[in-house]
Design a protein around this ligand. Structure first.
Ligand code: CO
Length: 303
């Protein structure tokens, strides 16, 4: 990997780590999740980065793809499992990181997700296979008497590509795909009471550019150009559009763009049995030793 590219990955990762530290410090019951999301996104911009996707704040059985709507009134309740998935990029080089906040710091699901992530990171070296990483993750979760979400996986990252292939399942498999020095991957175990899966649910607040298509509404054409150029074909939130366009135009435009397959939609994902889920995620550059871009490399100095 070129030095310049490595530095951008590290910079993006550090923005995620900063956002996490800031969020954990202020996290408490009663906070509006909209405020948490907006604060993180502003922080990333303030550090000279861009969000690689809208901050996802998925609570309890809501597992992924929930970003607050523009007038979201939901607040954190005592005992909630609040999964915060943060993406930052610098010129398309992405840091992808998630952590679970809970007013109970000893929540076993939260601890297990973290432990499974660490176990996955531990086996990373040039030449490691997908199967070896997946094994380390699932083994840790089953030993704790808990289960993974089988249809959510880790993934590779590339310039402006936030979910590249191959995917890295959290369940044991036979994939002999090897990762090489300089590959960038994100591991993200999701842990619940027993092995299960997520299903699609409403609402849809996150979209992504797919292709140019002719659409009638002027705002739809503007939004499509924004999705392509401004957001670099990475996912964006409906709430971001409302800073520039009226709610009625946004609703109409998104409907046209979805119907013509110009945009992809990301429905909220929920654990199928309504069970609470915890998540942990980091971005890692494959090398010996691995570089975890989304954690602080050294203990932070006291001021
Ligand atoms: Co990810």
């Amino acid at each position: 990997m070129e030095k310049e590219v490595l530095e951008k990955y590290k910079k993006a990762g550090r923005m995620c780590a900063e956002a996490r530290r800031d969020t954990e410090k202020s996290f408490k019951a009663g906070m509006r999740i909209l405020d948490i999301a907006e604060r993180i996104e502003a922080k990333i911009m303030g550090m000279g980065g861009r969000p690689a996707f809208p901050v996802n704040i998925s609570i309890n059985d809501i597992t992924a793809h929930y970003t607050p709507s523009a007038n979201d009134q939901r607040v954190v309740e005592r005992g909630d499992l609040v999964k915060i998935d943060v993406g930052a990029h610098v010129d398309g080089y992405i840091g992808d990181m998630a952590f679970t906040c809970c007013t109970d710091p000893d929540n076993p699901l939260v601890r297990c997700a973290r432990k499974a992530l660490d176990a996955g990171i531990k086996v990373i070296e040039p030449g490691v296979t997908v199967a070896e990483i997946s094994h380390a993750i699932e083994e840790t979760v089953s030993k704790a008497g808990l289960g993974v979400i089988v249809n959510l996986t880790g993934h590779t990252l590339d310039k402006y590509v936030f979910h590249g292939s191959p995917s890295i399942p959290n369940t044991k498999n036979n994939s002999a795909h090897r990762f090489n020095e300089g590959d960038v991957i994100a591991l993200e175990p999701f842990v619940t009471e027993k092995k299960s899966f997520v299903k699609e649910s409403g609402p849809v607040e996150i979209f992504r550019y797919l292709q140019d298509r002719p659409v009638r509404l002027a705002e739809a054409r503007k939004i499509l150009a924004l999705a392509r150029d401004e957001y670099g074909k990475l996912p964006f939130a409906k709430r971001w559009l409302l800073k520039q366009f009226s709610p009625i135009k946004v609703a109409l435009a998104l409907r046209q763009l979805e119907a013509s397959y110009a945009l992809e939609r990301y429905p909220v994902l929920r654990e199928a049995g309504g069970r609470p889920v915890a998540q942990a995620e980091d971005t890692i550059i494959v090398s010996d030793p691995p570089v975890v871009t989304t954690r602080f490399a050294e203990p932070t100095k006291k001021k």
